[in-house]
Design a binder for this molecule. Structure first.
Ligand code: CKU
Length: 609
């Protein structure tokens, strides 16, 4: 079993970053050939990176198929007898790993970690060869969803059924993790808060635990004072006078796990943990029993040249900008983000709707993708294909990995299980039921579940939104639906839809997870036209007015935080321009409008209504 715990150096563990310049081979002519014992050529690329925007030729940017990576390193003799794991934080969309010429693991899905135990294949005291084959194709069974087509000249081309660039490669860190064979591999936490105190119910998984070994959990506060200490593989730790993790006021305890044998430390692992509860009650989202109103963004991992490479400077900048705006939340649209993002959200007290990469679950690409977002045209069943069963297996698997990876983060308050899927057929309903049930089963904290609904998943489409614990809405009235001078009609249609949601039984909390208008930072026009900064302002003001007039609306996450790359085409001017910030993270005029609003809205806005 591979542990999803974030690699940490402790008294018993070593972590070596294997990142740097690795040899790479694109194999334009040699697709399907086996290079597991060493790759040809002399090209080097940074690991981690998205390769697409590094080169000057299109054949690299648009490359689709197998890419081979290679690096080598010495493993010291004295590490013999310890467990060696090569750990990938994410390689899109699937990878096969070879160590010293032998296949050690393979993994489907680009946005969750995986690893290989190489203790046996390692050559101690000598150089070891690590080769990774990454396949970048989009498939009917892949998350995210799409297809791969072959051009007449034989070249493969990725056709995403989603609106972001298909950046791929080894985009996140690769680490060598050295631990004892008896190791802390996983743990679950749930909380009960009574008055000033909290009880932490825990369960820890230690691999190869021997009878004469004992497990300990020690909890220390931010002043490094001991808050609790308990023994056993499962149990209950009591924290008196607990300081809870609050929205934009985070407090993190250190949870230190130890395995002891005859007074000797065998393994040790620790993480900062926020103690808090999350639940839905009526039309309220409650954190620590108090209503919260979500203010924030749908985001992307996307930046110039980096593509989807984990980029720490953008991570920092993005959080600084979100705080400047008065935001308190975001959705990891449309895939699990790098682990460091959740760590930062834990520290900054942000609320995260954590999304599975189930995007593109409607067969369409290019302009059709956007036109449908507004037309209300009912999509035909996406879930009645021969490939549906395999897709579901991949979906459940990535969900399992995601929950296992993120379940102990205080910031994660909900799971988004799909983005804008077809959700009106009976086949969809059967598929959704499995995914929603699995989310409940996997998550010890039983967080609320939802899926981001586009227009065809309206209040009348009863078959799938019944599964949601709260509703999340992606709406584009006044953009894809009746934009420009017709926006007054669009808002009438919007209110009609909202009135229908208001008459559902039961009414659930509703969070807008997308609304926005493409806006070129270069365009000003008075009176406004679509794509101008003035239009974005008018559009947002109308939405704010609407949000304010429905008591069950409990959050607004504008689309998008920043402009981002998409495929080329007539609907996109070198990318989606719905950002409140430009792609290089400078504000558009709308940033000031939203900032003013969010700074004034109280955290418990419309609570109890
Ligand atoms: C956004 C089909 C509508 C897609 N929806 C999801 C998001 O990924 C897109 O970028 C709307 C848009 O701007 O069209």
């Amino acid at each position: 079993m591979i542990s999803m715990l974030y690699p940490k150096m402790t008294r018993t563990r070593k972590v070596i970053d294997l990142g740097g310049m690795w040899k790479v081979y694109f194999g334009f002519e040699n697709q399907g050939e086996d290079f597991s014992k060493g790759i040809p050529g002399k090209d080097y690329i940074p690991v981690p990176s998205s390769f697409a925007d590094l080169y000057t030729e299109k054949k690299y940017r648009e490359f689709c198929g197998d890419i081979w990576y290679e690096t080598e390193f010495v493993i010291p003799e004295e590490w013999k007898g310890q467990r060696l794991e090569i750990r990938f934080a994410g390689a899109a969309h699937r990878a096969t790993v070879y160590f010293n010429g032998r296949q050690v693991t393979e993994h489907e899905g680009g946005f969750t970690p995986f690893g290989a135990d190489v203790s046996e294949t390692a050559i101690y005291g000598e150089k070891n060869l690590l080769v990774v084959k990454v396949n970048t194709e989009l498939r009917a069974t892949s998350l995210p969803n799409g297809e791969t087509k072959q051009l007449k000249n034989g070249t493969l081309m990725a056709i995403p059924y989603f609106d972001f660039y298909n950046y791929t490669g080894i985009q996140r860190s690769v680490k060598l993790v050295v631990t004892p064979f008896t190791r802390i591999a996983d743990y679950d936490l749930t909380y009960e808060i009574t008055g000033n105190d909290a009880a932490v119910n825990y369960r820890v998984l230690v691999q190869n635990l021997k009878e004469n070994q004992e497990v300990e959990l020690e909890i220390r506060d931010e002043e490094d004072k001991k808050a609790a200490s308990v023994k056993g593989e499962s149990g209950r730790a009591e924290i008196a006078n607990v300081r809870l993790w609050q929205v934009r006021d985070a407090y993190l305890y250190r949870f230190i796990w130890r395995v002891w044998e005859d007074g000797k430390l065998v393994d040790e692992y620790e993480e900062p943990i926020g103690v808090r509860t999350v639940e839905i009650s009526g039309t309220d989202i409650l954190v620590n029993g108090k209503p919260v109103y979500l203010k924030g963004f749908g985001r992307h991992e996307d930046s110039p040249v980096n593509g989807k490479t984990f980029a720490p400077c953008y991570l920092k900048r993005d959080f600084e900008l979100m705080k400047w705006m008065g935001a308190n939340s975001f959705r990891t649209s449309h895939y699990p983000y790098a682990e460091e993002t959740y760590q930062e959200a834990d520290r900054e007290g942000f609320l995260v709707i954590d999304e599975v990469p189930a995007v593109g679950f409607v067969k369409r690409s290019g302009m059709a993708m956007f036109q449908n977002a507004g037309s209300g045209v009912k999509p035909t069943s996406f879930f009645a294909a021969d490939t549906t069963q395999e897709l579901l297996e991949n979906h459940v698997n990535v969900l399992k990995e995601l929950v296992q990876r993120d379940k102990n983060h205080a910031c994660v308050i909900a799971w988004s299980l799909f983005n804008e899927p077809e959700s009106i057929s009976e086949e969809a309903s059967a598929y959704f039921k499995v995914v929603f049930d699995k989310a409940r089963e996997f998550d010890p904290q039983k967080r609320p579940r939802t899926f981001a609904m586009e227009l065809s998943s309206g209040p009348d489409a009863k078959c799938c939104h019944q599964y949601c614990d709260f509703w999340t809405m992606n709406r584009y009235y006044g953009w894809y639906v009746k934009g420009g001078y017709e926006i007054s009609d669009a808002m009438i249609a919007f209110r009609k839809e909202m009135d229908e949601w208001a008459s559902q039984d039961p009414v659930k909390p509703m969070v807008f997870t997308e609304y926005g208008a493409d806006t070129l930072s270069s365009e000003h026009k008075l009176p406004s036209v679509m794509w101008s900064q003035e239009y974005q302002l008018e559009y947002l003001e109308l939405y704010h007015e609407l949000f304010d007039s429905y008591p069950f609306v409990k959050g607004e996450q504008v689309w998008n935080f920043a402009d981002f790359q998409t495929v080329e085409g007539i609907g996109r001017v070198n990318g989606n321009k719905k950002g409140i910030f430009t792609r290089d993270r400078q504000p558009k005029d709308s940033a000031y409008l939203i900032k003013k609003r969010w700074e004034e809205l109280p955290l418990d806005y419309k609570g109890g209504e």
